[in-house]
Design a protein around this ligand. Structure first.
Ligand SMILES: C[S@@+](CC[C@H](N)C(=O)[O-])C[C@H]1O[C@@H](n2cnc3c(N)ncnc32)[C@H](O)[C@@H]1O
Length: 215
């Protein structure tokens, strides 16, 4: 078994899920196989995404408040924000991912919960000063990506900031997932008073983008 075996399994499970018309059903199946040890644990980084760390470090004057990490997976980014003083919620569609995140971080200050961007619970809507979305929208086709993007935007409180990292569509054909995003795909986040601040800043094949909710 190689470290990348989970990626091959992701290809199989996602193809089955797309055929069944359930484009997000494969995430929990993949994490469950990781938890069972039949594949390496997917998306298993333990450090925060370097672009998130850099972005936070560049803003020492920003007072930590309420933060949300969307599609938090195993919790590395949520733990980082909590460590920097943010009152942090991390949510994921996958119950197994949330269980694993809690198990990895006993005593964590992060509130981990199971939630679906496509059917957000009322208490998460409009509740966050900072929303972090890393590699989740690009992990799904459209639909349901536009609905998920609306969900991401809806988490922000007026004046809140959205930080986004996604694979960028460079024109090179790839086998999804992921589905590298165009600038128009990123614009799906510009709903509900959310406007771009720094979209277009590119780091290699990545978008690093910042939005703010004006109203
Ligand atoms: C490519 S993984 C990225 C995980 C993590 N953000 C990272 O950067 O390592 C995408 C994550 O989004 C989650 N996800 C997919 N669809 C979702 C949805 N509709 N609502 C919430 N989370 C979702 C998956 O379970 C998975 O953990």
């Amino acid at each position: 078994m190689t470290n990348r075996d989970w990626a091959r399994r992701a290809d199989q499970l996602s193809a089955q899920a797309y055929s069944a018309g359930e484009p997000t059903a494969w995430f929990d199946r993949l994490y469950a196989e990781g938890a069972a040890g039949t594949i390496e644990m997917p998306w298993s980084r333990t450090d925060p995404h370097p672009l998130l760390r850099r972005w936070i470090d560049e803003r020492p004057a920003v007072e930590p408040a309420r933060a949300c990490v969307v599609g938090c997976g195993l919790g590395a980014d949520a733990e980082f924000l909590a460590g920097r003083g943010w009152t942090t919620t991390g949510f994921d569609l996958s119950p197994t991912a949330v269980e694993q995140a809690r198990a990895r971080h006993p005593g964590s200050a992060v509130t981990y919960r199971v939630a679906d961007l496509l059917q957000l619970p009322d208490d998460l809507v409009g509740a966050f000063d900072l929303v972090v979305e890393i590699h989740t929208l690009q992990a799904m086709p459209n639909p349901p990506r536009a609905g998920a993007a609306r969900g991401v935007a809806s988490l922000l409180t007026p004046g809140g900031t959205l930080f986004v990292v996604q694979f960028r569509d460079t024109g090179v054909p790839t086998q999804p997932p992921p589905f590298p995003l165009s600038r128009d795909d990123l614009a799906l986040l510009e709903v509900g008073g959310v406007v771009p601040v720094l979209v277009g800043e590119v780091d290699g094949p990545l978008w690093r983008a910042e939005f703010v909710r004006r109203v």
